[in-house]
Ligand binder design. Structure first.
Ligand code: SRM
Ligand code: SF4
Length: 564
């Protein structure tokens, strides 16, 4: 029997995620909480962090690190009402250090919250009818869903499913109410956790729902990807894709990014059980001794997807139906105004790295605040870190456009295509795992890439660029046509050759190189692409076709696409 990892013991002894978090919060001597409690706090939606750039200075001054907390909301489908937006915005101004941050799983993060303010912030989020429970930790995380509601009826049904799964598969512990909402203190044994048990899952678990042809959530990067199948404008059911995941560790071939495999189809009334049982099998079969090997993707590769599927069907008591036809055409967002089938309008704005702050002429935080004051529809956060002003009546479009322009938020009209589609993870200074810059480096890198693309007449080429400060892959870099994965300050792995629909992983092209080497490597490829590409051919597809990537590391598990 393999030895359980330390975290398994912490979870099991935590009395359903309580630990000694309450005592740690009350301790005014330090800005931190106990080490074991930091692990449990994640399940409540928060990470203890410290500003890495101030570490050395504070150490010299004999001060403890400048501890502060990152807080992440759980917003299924990325839907935010204007009233919620106003609350989240207020929390950003009152308690956080760097505005509101839209994440790659279509929710918000607030950075830099001091320990003394954590409870007030979480309580305010709760009173705004949202939550932070299970936004992090070894549980089902925020369920993401195609945010752009152009196929209005199918989208409404699909979103309802994302919300239902998020709600029904959430942890049941009352620790959250007890700690943050002055709920009654537990006397005696903790309440049961029917799905998760005492030790929760071996690792995080992610569900995402895509409505073809939009793969704007990267459905094959999810532990469980749901591909909605619409027939006659209504939702007929879902293809299930299992075992996606991006995380890897440099130099450790036992870890790798992997795309989810499509294993079958379920009707809507079978979905809740199917999702619950997939999570339950992973709970029972996942590796609890080595956290780097604990995601569903490794369970599948160790046991075999067929074995997993047979177990799923045994537990469900029915067989999955054959995969239904589907086709994706892009995994980026569609900017500007689009009209939905029900006549209402949706405006997608580009938010660089998802960071909503006021900087110079770009007053994104203020602009969104003003929009939240007048908008009668809702907002949708996207998995590409953007925002959609959704469900706008035709008569309100001009007013919204005016606010957007007045706050410098209409960049999507002028920006190069590579800029519009770029994603960068947070990385420094807050992320404790960052090896290199990402979000803060993106503007500089983009300028340099744009200059080179411009030279070759490629400003309008919608190349997908993804930047991550380490191989954990929070920007889903292994699905970028061009990706930089951090190795050390100023050094990255350059990866190339994913497609633009989220169905092919890229390959390592240059290892551990600096900016000059990256630009030198890309320049001739841009030149060839400009001269030799066929009509509509994406950059990644071109690199494969013309043999530039031959001999690179092979992509794993190309999902089965069934053409419509
Ligand atoms: Fe992530 C850990 C930020 C999406 C894979 N991720 C982290 C932490 C919490 C660092 C840590 O553990 O101390 C980062 C906090 C940085 C900060 O200061 O804010 C962090 N991850 C993010 C966000 C904010 C990136 C962003 O720029 O938007 C995204 C928040 C998503 C959310 O709202 O829930 C984020 N992370 C992702 C994704 C993309 C996705 O889910 O679509 C992935 C790849 C998909 C996957 O899970 O395989 C991802 N994050 C990881 C991993 C690697 C997991 C693995 O299986 O190996 C880690 C490290 C870990 O868990 O040990 C990680
Ligand atoms: Fe941090 Fe790495 Fe995720 Fe970037 S990819 S946010 S550096 S864990």
């Amino acid at each position: 029997m393999p030895t359980l990892s330390e975290l398994e013991h912490i979870k099991a002894a935590s009395r359903q995620l309580r630990g000694s978090i309450a005592e740690g919060l009350a301790d005014a001597v330090t800005g931190a909480i106990g080490a074991a409690d930091t692990k449990l706090l994640k399940f409540h939606g928060s990470y203890q962090q410290d500003d890495r750039e101030l570490r050395e200075e504070r150490r010299r001054q004999k001060l403890e690190p400048l501890y502060a907390f990152m807080l992440r909301a759980r917003l299924p489908g990325g839907v935010v009402t204007p009233a919620q937006w106003r609350v989240f915005d207020r929390l950003a101004s009152e308690y956080a250090s760097s505005g509101l941050r839209i994440t790659t799983r279509q929710t918000f993060q607030w950075h830099g919250i001091l320990k003394r303010d954590l409870k007030a912030t979480i309580a305010a989020i709760h009173h705004a009818m949202a939550s932070t429970i299970a936004a992090c930790g070894d549980v089902l995380r925020n369920v993401v869903s195609t945010p752009l509601p152009v196929q209005s009826a199918a989208h409404a049904e699909a979103y309802a499913w994302a919300a239902k799964l998020s709600e029904e598969l959430a942890p049941r512990t009352t620790a959250y109410h007890e700690l943050w909402l002055d709920g009654e203190k537990l006397a005696g044994e903790p309440e049961p956790e029917p799905l998760y048990g005492k030790a929760y899952l071996p690792r995080k678990f992610k569900i995402g729902l895509a409505i073809p042809p939009l793969n704007d959530i990267d459905v094959f990067a999810q532990d469980l990807g749901l591909i909605a199948i619409a027939e006659d404008g209504r939702l007929a059911g879902f293809n299930l894709a299992i075992g996606g995941g991006m995380g890897a560790t440099h130099g450790d071939p036992a870890t790798y990014p992997r795309l989810a495999e499509v294993i079958g189809f379920v009707t809507p009334d079978q979905l809740r059980d199917a999702a619950g049982q997939i999570i339950a099998i992973q709970r029972d079969w996942g590796d609890r001794s080595e956290r780097k090997h604990a995601r569903l993707k490794y369970t599948l590769d160790d046991r075999g997807t067929d074995v997993f599927k047979a177990e799923l069907e045994r537990r469900l008591g029915f067989a999955l139906q054959p995969v239904r036809p589907y086709r994706f055409d892009h995994n980026g967002d569609r900017y500007g105004w689009l009209q939905g089938e029900d006549g209402r309008w949706h405006l997608t704005l580009h938010i660089e790295s998802g960071r909503l702050q006021d900087r110079g002429e770009q007053r994104l935080l203020s602009g969104m605040r003003e929009l939240a004051g007048v908008h009668t529809g809702d907002f949708r956060l996207t998995c590409n870190q953007n925002v959609i002003i959704a469900n706008v009546e035709a008569g309100d479009r001009a007013r919204i456009d005016a606010i957007v322009a007045a706050h410098g938020m209409d960049g999507y009209r002028r920006q190069s295509a590579i800029r519009r589609h770029a994603i960068a993870c947070v990385a420094l200074p807050t992320c404790g795992l960052a090896m290199a810059e990402s979000e803060r480096y993106l503007p500089t890198l983009l300028e340099k890439l744009e200059a080179r693309l411009d030279r070759h007449g490629l400003c309008d080429a919608p190349i997908l660029l993804r930047l991550s400060g380490c191989p954990n892959g929070c920007s889903r870099p292994y699905l970028g046509e061009i990706a930089l994965v951090g190795r050390a300050p100023g050094r990255y792995d350059l990866r190339l050759g994913a497609d633009a629909v989220g169905q092919r992983l890229n390959r390592l092209y240059r290892e551990n190189v600096d900016e000059a080497a990256i630009l030198d490597a890309l320049e001739p490829l841009f030149a060839r692409y400009a001269a030799e590409r066929t009509a509509g051919e994406g950059f990644g597809d071109f690199l494969l076709r013309c043999g530039v990537l031959a001999g690179g590391s092979p992509a794993r598990h190309i999902p089965t696409e069934v053409s419509a």
